[in-house]
Write a protein that binds this ligand. Structure first.
Ligand code: GTP
Length: 238
């Protein structure tokens, strides 16, 4: 097996992926995710995790239906905390040490977000799960991922999706959709490709932080990317 090409990565997971039918958090899926993450932790890669909350509550969707946007976003942030604890449990049941750090103080449940403490956790081989988004409404968990990755000096944002990369048009609707193996930040903007929301994308671009979009559930996909093979994914960079 090839050696890891990254020392520290931020893995952005979607909350939706935890869902199985009516069950917002499937223990089997959590277990499967934890196994994939353990595989790269065992290689010595330092891993930061950000997970969305869409399996439980979507702030933006609720605000479109009339709920106050800030309140809806706070509810969404709480949903990410529930998912973070599920992932913590899944990882620790496999013996992977973790710490959850929340951007909203909830000290009976987890640590508060402290950048320098997070960095120490990485150095000690702990997976740090960043919960509660940025702690402020009007930001997405993609933005949280980009922000925490920049703050913690991660080398790459690995955006796990259900699709194996970025296409020129929706591959579910167009049979002739073409996948990019690499695309520049500029071309993404020019083609209006929604890799991440604009705030998250701008943070990555300004800080020259590469993004890799990949299908998390394709067997061995995370491991391959860590080994430097992103041929099954799309890389976004300069
Ligand atoms: P080191 O000092 O590097 O060894 O880190 P550590 O996380 O092991 O030490 P610490 O004494 O800070 O934490 C011990 C345990 O308490 C860990 O499981 C932390 O996640 C947890 N912990 C630390 N701070 C808080 C907090 O504010 N709230 C909650 N709920 N748990 C905390």
């Amino acid at each position: 097996m090839s050696k890891p090409v990254y020392k520290r990565v931020l893995l952005k997971l979607s909350g939706e992926t935890l869902k199985d039918g009516d069950n917002p958090i499937s223990p089997d899926i959590v277990h499967e995710m934890a196994l994939s993450i353990k595989e790269i932790v065992d290689l010595g890669v330092e891993v930061a995790l950000v997970i969305g909350g869409g399996n439980i509550f979507r702030g933006l969707a609720a605000s479109r239906k009339g709920m106050d946007r800030a309140t809806a976003d706070y509810m969404g942030m709480l949903a990410t905390c529930i998912n973070a604890l599920a992932l913590q449990d899944g990882l620790e049941s496999l013996g992977v040490p973790t710490r959850v750090q929340s951007a909203i103080a909830m000290q009976s449940i987890c640590e508060p977000y402290i950048r320098r403490k997070a960095v120490r956790h990485f150095e000690k081989g702990r997976v740090v799960i960043f919960a509660a988004g940025t702690g402020s409404p009007f930001f997405s968990t993609d933005t949280t991922a980009a922000l925490r990755a920049v703050e913690a000096e991660c080398e790459v944002v690995l955006k796990a999706t259900k699709v194996d990369g970025i296409y020129d048009k929706d591959p579910k609707k167009h049979a002739d959709a073409v996948k990019f193996s690499h695309i520049s930040y500029g071309e993404c903007l020019q083609r209006r490709l929604q890799v991440m929301d604009s705030t998250a994308f701008a943070l990555c671009m300004e800080n020259k932080l590469p993004i890799i979009v990949f299908d998390f559930f394709e067997k061995g996909s995370l491991r391959r990317i860590i080994g430097g093979d992103a041929s099954h994914a799309t890389t976004v960079g300069q």
